[in-house]
Design a protein around this ligand. Structure first.
Ligand code: FDA
Length: 304
């Protein structure tokens, strides 16, 4: 009961525009620096280099939410382009993750698509891969439409499927052959569109993992959940699925020991590394997922 109240509270504040804007001026607070790699690209690239040295691959995300005009969306597009160039210049092993609302999806579909074309042109030139993060349900269909449009020209782009959505299994079937990240889902969704109970979200997670791997498609399993990780390890062994066909993904600052244990066991592990000053919404969603993460916030609050 308490967990549900705190989850709803953190998801509610994560969506508050005023707090998101205000937080940019506070600098990292409440321990956010433990889960956000830095406020600028140089610092983030240094962290990525350290992770690469431990055998971990990365995907870099320039944080940004609530983009409401074309100038902001163009600035975000330029930042992703610059991020791709920096990754290539510094020669770290990192993909890039983007959010379509940051690139203008709420402003105009064609404008957002054009921005993604610009990003993918550079990603192609620098031999890199871009994952479109999946946001809340109201953006799901449009995000998949943009992916479909982009894949007419590029194969170095994929997206995320959330197992809490009823539509997830059908989406997986429609996206055979696409490099996908599979997750449970981080937003507050209504029972009209999404499972609410953990056991149903978990069992749908197992179903979509099986479905995508069985179709021979490359699959990123993004979770911190030991039970899912152990299940995947066991199931791929039974099915004789090669370790080259999938990877585990975890968020920066979470389950560091598990990340390195998996690398030692020969699995590919990719760390999602967020950076930038727009940390508030991202951090609040992490607190919503796991009340224990509040210890970051409490430690951070007292150490300020
Ligand atoms: P969950 O939170 O369900 O926890 C299950 C169990 O795992 C816990 O009970 C505990 O035993 C263990 N556990 C979890 N966290 C732990 C920790 N820190 N320490 C110790 N044990 C822990 N969502 C989305 O909607 N769109 C997206 O694009 C993405 N992208 C994304 C990328 C990556 C790389 C990751 C890892 C996650 C996302 N997500 C996401 C978030 C995702 O949807 C989900 O909300 C979180 O990963 C939380 O779910 P988990 O599967 O990690 O475990």
């Amino acid at each position: 009961m308490l967990a549900k109240v705190s989850k709803n509270f953190f998801l509610f504040v994560s969506n508050n525009k005023w707090l998101n804007h205000a937080a940019k001026k506070w600098g990292f607070s409440f321990g956010a620096s433990q889960v956000v790699a830095g406020d600028n690209i140089e610092v983030a690239l240094k962290k990525i280099k350290e992770l690469n040295d431990k055998g971990l691959l990365c995907t870099l995300d320039h944080l940004g939410e609530f983009v409401s005009n074309k100038e902001e969306a163009l600035a975000a597009t330029r930042s992703v382009v610059q991020t791709l160039k920096s990754i290539s210049d510094v020669k770290v092993k990192s993909h890039v993750s983007v959010k379509l609302t940051q690139l203008g999806l709420d402003i105009d579909y064609q404008f957002c698509l054009k921005n993604m074309h610009e990003i993918l042109a550079i990603a192609t030139r620098t031999n890199n891969f871009v994952t479109i993060d999946m946001e809340d349900y109201s953006h799901c269909q449009q995000s998949l439409d943009i992916l479909r449009d982009l894949r007419k020209d590029y194969d170095n782009v994929g997206t995320v499927i959330q197992s809490y959505l009823y539509r997830a299994v059908q989406d997986i079937k429609d996206l055979q052959g696409v490099h996908l990240r599979l997750v449970k889902g981080a937003y507050k969704e209504s029972p009209e569109v999404a499972y609410q109970e953990k056991n149903r979200i978990d069992s749908n997670f197992r179903i979509i993992i099986q479905e995508h791997l069985s179709s021979g498609s490359y699959t990123a399993i993004a979770t911190h959940d030991d039970q899912i990780v152990d299940y995947v390890k066991q199931w791929v062994k039974e099915q004789e699925i090669s370790k080259d066909q999938f990877e585990f993904q975890m968020l920066y600052g979470f389950r560091n020991q598990l990340q390195s244990d998996l690398v030692k066991e020969g699995y590919t592990v990719r760390v999602y590394v967020p950076f930038g000053t727009d940390w508030f919404g991202y951090f609040m969603r992490r607190l919503a997922e796991r009340p224990q993460n509040i210890s970051f916030a409490i430690k951070g609050f007292f150490s300020k």
